[in-house]
Every structure is written in C-alpha cells, then in structure tokens.
Design a protein around this ligand. Structure first.
Ligand SMILES: Cc1cc2nc3c(=O)[nH]c(=O)nc-3n(C[C@H](O)[C@H](O)[C@H](O)COP(=O)(O)OP(=O)(O)OC[C@H]3O[C@@H](n4cnc5c(N)ncnc54)[C@H](O)[C@@H]3O)c2cc1C
Length: 446
C-alpha cells in the first residue's frame, strides 16, 4: 500500500485555522431553535452538550450513503460535529434516472440539495473536492487547499468507471450510469435517432452498481422504442454469463419487447466514429445509439489512499473496492481503521444499491457513535433492500432482500426468509415504486 502522509510533508494548517472551520456552537444552537419554531414535528439532533463539541466526523461524498450517514450521526451522536464535503452543490439521483431517457422524468425531479441537512440537523456542508486523505492522522485535504481534521472519516464516493479501449475522450457512447450530463445526452440521442437505427446497451461484469438496473433500463428503452421508433431494435450485450437478477421477469420482458439478449459479451474495444462495439462474441457495427456502461470500481479516493483491498475480477491487476469490517464499515487496511467506507465503494455481502447505501450508513453511524463513547458495535446488524424494476413504461416488478451479519464468515449474507421477488409485474407495483423512492430520498436528504 502506498499511503501518502501529505501533512507530514507539507506542514499545512489544521481545520481550526481554516475559513471552513465549524460554525460556532452559538450559531448552531440558535439555528436549531429557529427550526423548531417553524416545524415542531421535526426530529431534533443531539446538540453538543453544554455547547461543547466532543468529537468530529468528516463525511466525504453527499450521495445516498454520505448524506444519510451525516444526518444520522447528528441525530444519534452526542456532541458530534459533522462536516459533509461534496464536490457538487446538489445531488442527482441515479435511482429513477433511466426514466429521463423515456421522457417520464426530468432531471430536476431527481435533484436534491443539502439545505435540510444543515437547517434541520446541523451538518456543515462544504462544496469542494476532497483530493487527499491521511487515514492515520485522520485528516483530509480539499481542492481549495484547506485541511480538515477529525476523529473519524466516512468515505462514500460512489464508483468510477474503467476506460474502454477505443473510446478515448469521445462522448458518443454515454454510460449515463452516474446521473447528470450523460443522462440528458443519451436521452437526446435516443430522441434524435432515425427510426430503424439499432440500439445497443452494454452491461459490464459484476460487481457494478445496481444489479437489476441495466436490465430494467433495457426494458424501458425496449418498451419506448415500440411506440417512438417502431422499426428500431435493442440488443443487450451482457459481459456476464446470464441475467443476474429477476431472470424470469427480465427474460419474459425481453421477449415481450423484442430485445435481443447476448450473454458473455465482454467488450474488447469500441469505435465511436462508426458507432461499433467489438466484443468477445462478435462485432456489433453501425449502431444508431450505444449505451456503453463500463466496468466499475470504488471512487478514486479509495485507491489513492490505498484502501482498495477487495474484489479482484478475473484478468484484473488491481483490487477494485474497499474491504471493510462489516460491523462498523471501518477499513480493513492496517492502520486505517478510523476511515469508514460505505455505499458502492465498499465490498460487502450486499449489492451496490442506493437503498443498501442508506442502510449501511445507519449501521456505520451507530458504530461510530458507539465507538466514540467507548462502546462495542452492534454484534448482529440487519439491513434490507427493496428494488422496483420498470418492466414497461407503466408497470414494475419488485425484488427484496434482508441481510444479516454472519459471525462465522464476518460478512453480511442474504437471508432466505426475508428475500424474494415478484412473479410478473403490475401497475400497482409501479405506483408503490414512487412511494418507496420518495421515502428513501426523504430519509437520506430531508
Ligand atoms: C440507472 C440507475 C438506477 C438505479 N436504481 C436503483 C434502485 O432502483 N434502487 C437502488 O437501491 N439503487 C439504485 N441504483 C444504485 C444507486 O444509485 C447507488 O447504489 C447509490 O447511489 C450509491 O450510493 P453512494 O453514496 O455509494 O454513491 P453516490 O450516490 O454515487 O454518491 C457519491 C457522491 O460522492 C461524491 N464524491 C465522489 N468523490 C468525491 C470527492 N473526492 N470529493 C467530494 N465528493 C466526492 C459524488 O459527487 C457523489 O455525490 C441505481 C443506479 C443507476 C445508475
């Protein structure tokens, strides 16, 4: 592991001297009083007792995992000051973002800001990039040069994407697997393409974020093509040997939408000039639109800090994700135990999903609160995940799983009793999907 101890080299200032230092306790207290005046039903975070900050936590990344852990540390912590550092001023949900491609959702309907985390829970939100972490000294350096120090760091940076040979800097084959400009680009490519032009959706080898996500996107696009571009056909190139989740539902749905499914199709290279995709099972040339979802690994900071010690795929030379103690989400890298990694960046027995990131965040917040109070973590955590998949533009299926800590394997494992999937799909499920989504996002951001 090549950890860099930037503080010892640079001798830079600590948080207390920075313009981004914590808001004063007086400011926090008066803000909370004002909030209570506006809404008495709002849960009240534990204020630092006697105005004293007992400990500090830095959360890196304000997505599904980071926003949730910041909120719950403030709700459950006793005198814990929390600073959330996120590079963007707002968060765009990946969940539901495939519906932007079919015109059923707008990007603004998926955008969440951090104002509630500050106003209701007293989380200090800093818009900046974390560029370096000192896992032993428990410090981070921001793009602005500011150094923040804390008692614990929670790292929730999501995923980064592999480079695909031949793609270069071309944006002609968007992944749209991180909701944002690529999502709107793919939506406009689909809308503008000639009726009859072929569409390709390429799925990477697992583990990637949201196991059913690419199959559900294929169903949505397949259903949309039937009315908007009836002469066009969708081909799904899957690097995996078979459909990974809800195989019965997706197999039936692909037949319903006339989607061609090609398993074991690992991409060797692409040519954006001719919109061609070259795979281990053949070439797919002159496609109208290519939704190319590359292989994934933990967000860059994980490897840069030497915390990537888990999940090496066949043919890989590097570990992709962060190994964690699944009771606390603390890094398993020696000496880095004060850095906790949650969400898609961590390697656990659970899928890379927003609902799971939210659940991991709560287990992690609880473990940090206990640890700062000198207590042991919960020895038997349980998490759950629900996932609805859009099988048509108006109907959905569902998948649910309950995970329990296995003390023999030291890993979270799916329980048979709590896990299952719908047989088929319905409009009722589609309605429930929206309720589930709103509840999940409110639990994370409001
Ligand atoms: C199309 C699609 C559909 C999906 N559908 C579902 C679904 O139905 N159900 C479900 O449960 N999950 C779903 N997911 C998966 C879900 O979106 C992810 O699992 C979830 O977002 C992971 O949360 P996270 O906190 O790990 O990462 P993210 O939510 O990606 O958050 C990471 C954050 O960290 C920030 N960041 C990264 N590095 C830095 C840095 N150095 N400094 C500052 N900030 C940084 C990023 O800007 C980002 O805001 C879907 C995903 C996709 C792509």
């Amino acid at each position: 592991m090549d950890r860099r101890y930037f503080l010892s080299k640079s001798g830079l200032l600590l948080a207390a001297a920075s313009p981004l230092a914590w808001a004063s306790d007086d400011e926090n207290t008066s803000r909370k009083k004002k909030d209570r005046h506006h809404d008495d039903t709002k849960p009240t975070p534990q204020p630092p007792p006697g105005g004293t900050v007992k400990s500090r936590v830095i959360v890196i990344g304000g997505g599904m995992g980071g926003a949730t852990v910041a909120k719950y540390l403030r709700l459950w912590g006793d005198g814990i000051a929390v600073t959330l550092v996120e590079r963007n001023s707002s968060y765009i949900s990946n969940i539901m973002s495939s519906m932007v491609l079919t015109g059923q959702r707008t990007m603004s309907s998926l955008t969440y800001n951090y104002s509630k985390l500050l106003s209701a829970y007293g989380v200090q939100v800093v818009t900046d990039d974390v560029v370096e972490i000192d896992p032993v000294g428990v410090k981070v350096r921001l793009g602005s040069g500011t150094i923040l120090s804390a008692d614990r760091i929670v790292l929730a940076p999501g995923v980064d994407f592999d480079t695909v040979p031949g793609l270069g800097t071309s944006d002609r084959m968007p992944h749209a697997w991180k909701a944002g400009t690529q999502t709107t680009l793919l939506a406009s490519q689909l809308a503008a393409m000639t009726d009859g032009a072929p569409v390709v959706l390429a799925i990477p080898k697992a583990p990637y974020r949201c196991p059913p996500g690419p199959y559900e996107r294929a169903c949505l696009i397949g259903d949309w093509l039937k009315t908007r571009k009836p002469k066009s056909r969708l081909t799904v190139l899957d690097a995996n040997p078979a459909i990974l989740t809800e195989a019965d539902n997706f197999t039936q749905a692909f037949a319903l939408h006339g989607i061609t499914y090609v398993p074991n199709a690992s991409i060797t290279s692409v040519d954006p000039a001719t919109m061609s995709v070259f795979t281990s099972v053949g070439d797919f040339r002159n496609n109208g639109v290519v939704n190319l979802i590359p292989g994934q690994r933990a967000g860059g900071l994980v490897a840069a800090t030497g915390l990537n010690n888990a999940t090496m795929l066949p043919g890989d030379t590097t570990y992709r994700f962060a190994g964690v103690d699944q009771l606390t989400y603390a890094s398993t890298v020696s000496g880095a135990g004060k850095v906790h990694i949650i969400g898609d960046a961590s390697a656990t027995g659970q899928p890379k999903a927003g609902h799971i990131a939210n659940q991991e965040a709560k287990i992690c917040a609880d473990a940090i609160v206990r640890s700062l109070a000198g207590l042991q973590p919960d020895p038997a955590p349980v998490t759950n995940s629900a996932c609805y998949s859009t099988i048509t533009m108006t109907q959905a299926s569902w998948l649910t799983a309950v995970f329990q800590y296995n003390a023999s394997t030291h890993a979270m494992a799916a329980t048979t009793a709590g896990s299952g999937a719908s047989t088929g799909w319905s409009a009722e499920n589609f309605k429930e999907m929206n309720t589930w989504f709103n509840a999940l996002m409110a639990d994370s951001f409001a």
